[in-house]
Design a protein around this ligand. Structure first.
Ligand SMILES: C[S@@+](CC[C@H](N)C(=O)[O-])C[C@H]1O[C@@H](n2cnc3c(N)ncnc32)[C@H](O)[C@@H]1O
Length: 217
């Protein structure tokens, strides 16, 4: 049975409200990105999980509407409760799943971190994410590459290896060239843009990039 985030993780473990790649640095990195490209009116975090970044930035940017989406209903429900308790009216959550998103609107910034590892049709997922970016907006994401695949083989075991099965099998690996061929735009390094280049998580096995959608086609 393939790894199931709802039953094998959120319902089965005492998960923390953290960020999988980059941990507590990630909210500040996205704030740096906001200041660099302009504070967005709307942000979608796809595969948000516990949504640390959204919970940290929603109070700091009260004029920005944050929307978190995840395939796992229980983390969405927990996030909703937490947002209500914290009185964060600019932060909301819904269930949705890559590669075919039901979201029927655009956002100034679409953010997808530590999620494409788990999606089989990664090219379709990229297209769907980019389609949700408003003209002039940005898509920010990280992705598995051939170095991530080596890491899966050499440094994971048990349930973690199972969760990263698609990456281990080499089924959903990307590169700058592959992203450019799917989106028609060359990605740029997110880690460099936010000043994280020397951080251990900004390694070659964990590239994070952004793509700006032209204001007019
Ligand atoms: C490693 S966690 C990352 C969570 C968060 N983005 C972060 O950076 O910490 C991966 C998340 O992706 C979600 N996920 C897995 N497959 C998904 C899919 N096909 N569509 C949407 N979310 C998915 C999981 O439920 C989980 O919350």
């Amino acid at each position: 049975m393939p790894f199931d985030w709802e039953t094998d993780f959120y319902a089965a473990t005492d998960w923390d409200r953290g960020a999988y790649v980059g941990g507590d640095d990630m909210p500040e990195h996205l704030a740096t990105f906001f200041e660099r490209v302009g504070v967005p009116d709307t942000v979608a975090d796809v595969g948000c999980g516990p949504a640390l970044v959204d919970f940290e930035l929603a109070p700091r940017y009260p004029d920005t509407a944050f929307y978190g989406y995840d395939v796992a209903p229980s983390v969405v429900e927990s996030n909703r409760e937490q947002a209500a308790e914290a009185g964060l009216s600019n932060l909301s959550f819904a269930v949705d799943a890559l590669p075919d998103l039901a979201i029927d609107r655009e956002f100034d910034l679409v953010y997808c971190m530590a999620t494409l590892y788990f999606v089989d049709d990664v090219e379709r997922a990229l297209t769907e994410l980019y389609d949700r970016v408003a003209p002039g907006g940005h898509l920010v994401f990280n992705y598995p590459n051939r170095y991530t695949r080596t890491w899966v083989h050499e440094e994971t075991s048990g349930e973690k290896r199972e969760a990263f099965g698609l990456v281990g099998a080499g089924e959903n690996l990307l590169s700058y060239d592959a992203i450019e061929s799917v989106l028609g735009r060359r990605p740029e390094s997110y880690w460099t843009a936010v000043g994280a280049r020397g951080e251990p998580y900004a390694s070659r096995r964990s590239p994070a990039v952004f793509v700006r959608k032209p204001a007019s086609p």
